[in-house]
Write a new protein. Sequence first.
Lengths: 380, 392
Amino acid sequence: MKDMTQSLLDTEDEVMLRDAARGFLADASPVSALRANRDAGRGHDPALWADMVQMGWTGVLVPEGAGGADMGHRAAGILAEEMGRVLAASPYISTAVIAASILRQAGPDARGMLQAIAEGQATYSVALDEGPKFAPAATAMQATRQGNAFRLSGAKAFVADGRSAGRVLVLARTSGAAGETAGLTLFDIDATRAGLDRAPLSTIDSRDHARLVFDGVVANGDDIVGDLDNGLAALRPGLEAGQAALAAELTGLASAAAAITLDYLKERKQFDRTIGSFQALQHRAAHLWSEIEVTSSAIANAGRVLDHTPADASIAVSLAKARAAQTAKLAVSEAVQMHGGIGMTDAYDIGFFMKRARVGAEWLGDYGYHAAVIAASRGI
Amino acid sequence: MSDAPQDMHAFRAEISGWISANCPASLMGRPMDETAIVWGGRKWTFTDDNQRLWLERAVGRGLTAPRWPVDYGGAGLSRAQEKIYREEMERLGAPPPLESFGLWMLGPALLEFGNDAQKAAHLPKITRGAIRWCQGYSEPGAGSDLANVQTRAEDMGDHWLVNGQKIWTSYADQADWIFALVRTDRDAAKHKGISFLLMDMDTPGITTRPIRLISGKSPFCETFFDNVKVPKANLVGELNRGWDIAKYLLTHEREMIGGGARGLLGGRSVGQIIASQDGDVLADPVLRAEAMQAEVDALAFGLTMERYKDQAEAGRGVGNASAMLKYYGTELNKRRYELLMAAAGSDGLEWDGAHGGLAPEWLRTKANSIEGGTSEVMLDIIAKRVLEMPSQ
C-alpha cells in the first residue's frame, strides 16, 4: 500500500505550506467566521474564497500548463487539514480537489475549465447521491438520449456546494439499471441551465448544501466527461482525491477539537484543582491523542499514495476516510463531554466542530462504506 | 553505498539475492511459532540443523545485528538499508536468524552507554548467539513503580555485593547473563540511586525459579541474588545514573512491543487468518464487523510505526510518543487475538487441538499491555509528558 521509499513526514515545502496556511486561516477564517456565515445565512464567504484563489490554493491540483501550482495530493490534504482546524467553509474540496482531479484526467478539452478553477473563475459541486448514503452505483437519475443530446431528469439529494457553485458535475444513467456500475455517465454542466432547480438545505454544519432537481435539463456530447456509460471511471480520481482531502479536513478538525479541550482541561478548576490533573480525564485525553496520531499516519499515507501510485490508492484512501470519520467522532464527543455544560452552549465554539464532523462522516462515504472497501481487499 | 534511490535499489536486489541463496528453503514461509525462534546461548541446542546453518551464514554477514558496527559483529547498515533488509526478509518469508534480549535491549544500551571494553567483551557474543541475556528490572515491590527497585549492590572495594530479588525476568532460567537495575545509593531520591549492572548467571548466589502463567507456560522467572560477588568493571555508564539507561531502554522496548502487534501475526490480516481457517464464521455480522474494524486500525497502526521510523531516520527522536506505540499496539493485539479465539469457537479451547497454540498465544497477549509498562502507565506518560497536563 505504501511505497516504502516515500517518507510519511512532511517535506520542507509542506511544512512551509502548512505554516503559511495556518497563519493565514487563523486571521482570515477563525471559527467566528463560520458563526458569522451562519448568522448571515451564507454557506461560505466569497471574500475568503477570493483570498484562497489569490494564494494559489485553487490550483493545488491543476497542472502548471493550465495555470495551476500542481502541488499534489499531500499538499491538497495539508490545506484541507488546516481548513479543518478552523472549520473554514469554502468550495475547496468540491472545486479544487474533486473537480480538478476529474478534469485533469479528462483530456485536452477540459484544460479551459481547469484554468478557470485555478484562476477562481469556476466553482463546482459534484452531484451524486440520490439517497441518504453515499452510493454512486445506485444512481437512478436518467439521462435520456434525444438526437445528439441528452435530457437529464431526476433528483440529487445532498450536494455539497450545490447552492453556490457555478457548475455541476452530475452522474446520470445512460443505460443499465440502478445498482449497476456500468451505464453511468458524468456530465459537466452550467448550474444555471434551464430545468435545474437548486433548493438549499439547512444543514447542521451551516455550510452550503442543496437538493438538485433536474427536470429535462439538456446536455450534449461535449458536456460528457470521460466516456459514455463509463462515468464511474471518470469520477474515480476525483472521488479518491476528495475522500482523502475530506479525511484530512476531519483530522484537522479532530486535532483542533482536542487542542481546545486540552486547553480547557488545563484551565478549568473544580474541587480546588485543575480538572486536567484528574487521571480519569488525563487518560481520556491521552487516548484521544493516540487515536489522532494513528489517523494522521493514514492521512499522510493517502496523500503520498495518490501522488506516487494513484492506481493503487483505493485502500489507502478508504483507510484515511474510515479512520478520520471515526477519530473525528471520538474527538468531538470527548470534547463536549470534557467541557461539561459549556460545551453544550451555542455561544461556545466546540459544537460547530461536532456538527461539521457529523456531516464530514457521511459525505463521500461513511465508516462502513470505507471499512468494507478495506475488508474486501483483506479477505474479510 | 549511499542512501540514494538507485543505490537502495541495488541494495534491495543484492540483499534479496543473498537471503534467497542462504536461507535454507525449509525455513522459508514457516509459521512464526515458538519452535521457529532461535535464542542462542550456552544452553541452546538446535532442534533443526537448518536453523544452525542459517544463523552461521547470517553471523558471517553481520545480519543478526544489521545496524551494529562491523567491528562488533554487525553489518553496519544504514537505517534505510536495514528497513529494506527487513522488508525483503518478510517478503521472502525468511525467519530472523537469531532473536534475543541482547540484540534488542542490551546491545543498544551498550552502544549508547557502555565503554569500549564492555562493548568488545559483550557485543560480538550477542551477534553470534553465543551468550543469551535476560533483563532484571521488575521486583515484587517495583512493577509500574519501577524506580522503586530495592535489589542492592554494595561497594565492597574490589567487587559489588548484590542481594535481593527480581521478578518477571524473561527466560532467566535459560539465560547466561543478566543486565539488572540495582540500588547503589539508598539515601538518594529513588531515581538517583540506581545503577545498571551486568552479571553472569553462573555466579554463585544467583538462582532462578520459573513462574507458571495462565497460558500454562513459564516464560518468566523469579531471580534471587544472595551475596553475589560481581566485578566492579560490570557497571555500565555512570554510578547512580542507571535510570537514564533504563529509560532509554524502556523507550526502545515500548517501540518493540508495540511493533509486535504486526509481527506476531506475521503481517497477515485477522481476516485472512480467519478465512483460511473457517471462512463461514465471517457470516456472523458482529464478528465480521469487529474483524473489519480491527483491520482498519491495524493498517493505520502499521503506517504509524512507519511514520515514527521515518521520524527517527530524519534524526528527530520519537521520545515519549513511543508510549503511544506501546499502548496502541498491545491493545490492538489483544483485540486481534480475541477475534481469532471467537472465530475458532470450541476448536480454540483445547491446549493442543486443530488450533493448538492459539489459546496459549491468546492468553500470552494479555501480558502485552502489562509488561514494559502497563497501558495505564503509558497513558500517564502521554498525558504528563506529551500533553503536559497538570499534576494538580
